[in-house]
Design a binder for this molecule. Sequence first.
Ligand code: GLA
Length: 727
Amino acid sequence: MSIAFHAERQSFKLDTAGSSYVIKIHHNGFLSCVYYGAYIPDDNLTDFERRHVYASFSAWPPGTEPYTFTPDTCPMEIGCNGGCDMRQSSVRIRNADGNAVSDFRYVSHRIEAGKPAIPGLPALYENEPGDCETLVITARDETTGAEMDLYYTVFTKHAAMTRAAVIRNDSDKELELEQALSFCLDLNRSDFDLISLHGKHMQERDFCRRPIGHGIQGIYSRRGSSGHQFNPFIALIDRSGNEDNGEAYGFNLVYSSNFKALTEVDYNGSTRVIMGLGDDDFGWRLAPGESFYTPEAVLVYSNEGLGGMSRTFHRLYNENLVRGDWKRRHRPLLINNWEGTYFDFDEEKLFAIAKWAKETGLEMFVMDDGWFGKRDDDTSGLGDWFVNENKIHGGLPALVKRVKDLGLKFGIWFEPEMISPDSDLFRAHPDWAIHVPNRPSSIGRHQLILDMTREDVRDYILGRMYDIISSTGADYVKWDFNRNMTEAGSALLPPDRQKEFYHRYILGVYALIDRLLTAFPHLLLEGCSGGGGRYDPGMMYYSPQIWCSDNTDALSRVDVQFGSSLCYPASVQGAHVSASPRASYETKRNVAMWGSFGYELDPAKISEEARAEIRTQIADYHRYYDLIHFGDLYRLISPWEDPYKAAWQFVDPEKTETLVTVLIKFMMRERNFFLRLKGLDPDAYYRLDENGEVYSGALLMNAGLNLSFMPNEDGFSKTFHFTKVEA
Ligand code: GLA
C-alpha cells in the first residue's frame, strides 16, 4: 500500500518509490502537509504538526478553539483566500454575496487503485496495474457550498506524484472561480535556490538559478500558450545542491496555456509553492452542480541533486505520459525541407530531396510550410488547407504516392490554429478569428488565431485535416503554432464568460487533437511552436516528439537541449542536422542525436563530402536509439557551469553500455581535461569501441577519460561508446 490513512492520528502517508508525503487533518478540519521529502518508514509525525501560532496579527479562524492553530503559520494543503492565511492563495471563489472568502475544511476521503483521467485535459496515466494509487480528499467551504476534491496520485516506480483539484458548486447559487491552481505546498524551510527555464525564440529553456528570499518569486505565461519565455517548470534545490547531490523538488504543469508558478517565503521561514493555470485574466462561472477540473501538476523529489530529479522525470514521462503507437516504437528517421527550401519549392524539388533521403537511408520525408493556399511567404494562406497546385503540380496524393513508392513515410506540416487575414477562410469567416469587439486585432507573423473555443471552427479544421491525411495516407503531422495570443476573446462567448476564453481555447485545442488522433491512431504527431514555444507535458501527452528549437546551430542549440533535459526526456526532443555553417556535420550529428533525430536541409545545396558524411551517420542513430531515448541521462558538463565545453552521457538501465558525447564550444583555456563518467557499475569492466581498451567502471567514474590531448578547436566533438565486458 502506497497510501495509508491513520485514523487515530488523522493523517495520510503517501509513499512513492523514494519520497514520503504526510498530510494531517487538524482537529478543526484544516489540512496540512507536515512532511514532504525522502522516504521515511514512520508515520508518527505528531511532533511536526506543531507550528508557531501565537504570532501577533495572525488571526485564528472561527470554530477552531482552543486557539492553537492559525492557517497563517501552518503548512496548508489549500491556500484559502480572504481568511487567516495571508500568503498567496491557491483558490479564490467569488460568491453570490460578492466576497471571495473561503475556508475549506476536510469532509471525507477515499483511496483508489490506479489513476483517474481528467476530463478534457492531458494527464499522466497508469502504465501497468500497480503503478499508481490515488488519494482523493474532499474539503468544503460550508458558507458557500463550494467543494474541492484534492487528487494525489503516487507512483510506485518513481519518486513522483501528481496533484490536481476539482472544484464543485454544491450550492443553489452561482459561484465564480477567480483562481483555481493545481496545488499548494508549504515546505518548512527556505534555504533553497529556485531553478527555472526562461528564453525566447531560438534560445529556449535557458537555465536560471537564484536563491529564494522573503517574498514572492516565480514565473508565468500570459501568452495563450506555455511559451518560449518561461517553461511551466520550476525546481527548488538545497543551496549547496548540485547536479549529483542535495535535495531537489521539481514541479511541472501538464498544461499548454497561461500558467503561474510561484514561491513565497513567509515570515517564519517556510516556503510556499503554488502552481496552476494563470489567473491574471481568468474567471469561470460555476452554476449549481457544475465542476471545474484544474490541470495536473507533477511533483518529483530527488536526494541525488538535479541529475536524479531529471532522470525521474524522464522515466516517468517515457512510461506514464507519452502514449500511443509511437511510445516505444522507433520513430522514423526524417528529413524536413524547411531550412532547405523555405517556401521556394515545387513537387520535383521535394521529390529530389525525398529520393536522396531514401538513398541515404532516411525513413520519412516531411513537407513543411508552403504547400497549401496562396502561401509563398508567411503573409498569407493559413487556414486554406487545400493543396496549391501551382506548386505541387498534379496534386498531393500523386506526390505522396511517389514518395511512398520510394519506400519512405510521408509527413506534412499544418498550423491548424492559425488564420491569415489574407486567406479565403478569413474572407468567408472573419469572426472565426479571436478578437474583442470594437478593437482592431494585433498581428503576429502576419497572422491571427482561430477561435478554438468554437465547435464549428474545430469541426471545419478537423474536416480539412481529415481530408488531407486520409486522401494521402500521411504518416506524420507537424502541428505548429506561431504567435502569441492578443485581444483574446470569442464572438460566441457572452461578456461575463470572456474570462473563460484562455482555458476554453486550450480545452478546444486538446479536444481537436484528441479527435484527430482518434481518427488516425497510428499518426505520429510532432508538436512545434516557433521551435519550442509549446514544449510542455500537456502537448507531450499528444505528440511524442516536439521540435525543440528553430535554432539548429549545434554550438548554441546544445544549451537549449541541456535546459530542456531538466525535466523532459530525449525521446520527446525533436533535433535535426541542418546546413547551419558553424559546425562540422559530425558535430551537428553528435548534438542532434540527443533526441528524435533527423535532417533539415536540401541535399542539392550541400557539398558531396557533406552528403557522404551523412550517409555514414545513419547507422549510429539506429544503434543508439534505445540507449538515448530510454537510457539514463547524466549531464557531465553543463553550459551553465562551463562556457567552453559540454559533455553528456547516456547509460542503459542495466548499466551494460554507455554513450558519452564531448563538445568543445570554444577553444579551452586550460588543457587538463579528465572527464569523469557517471552512472556505471564500478565493479564492471567496459570496452571502448574505438580501440578495444577495457576500463573498470570505477576507473571511468573516479579517474575519468583523459581527453587532454583531444583537439582543442571551436566546434570539435567526439562520442565514446563503451560496452560492458566479462571481467
Ligand atoms: C515555425 C517552425 C519551423 C517551420 C516554420 C514554418 O517557425 O518552428 O520549423 O515549420 O514555422 O513556417
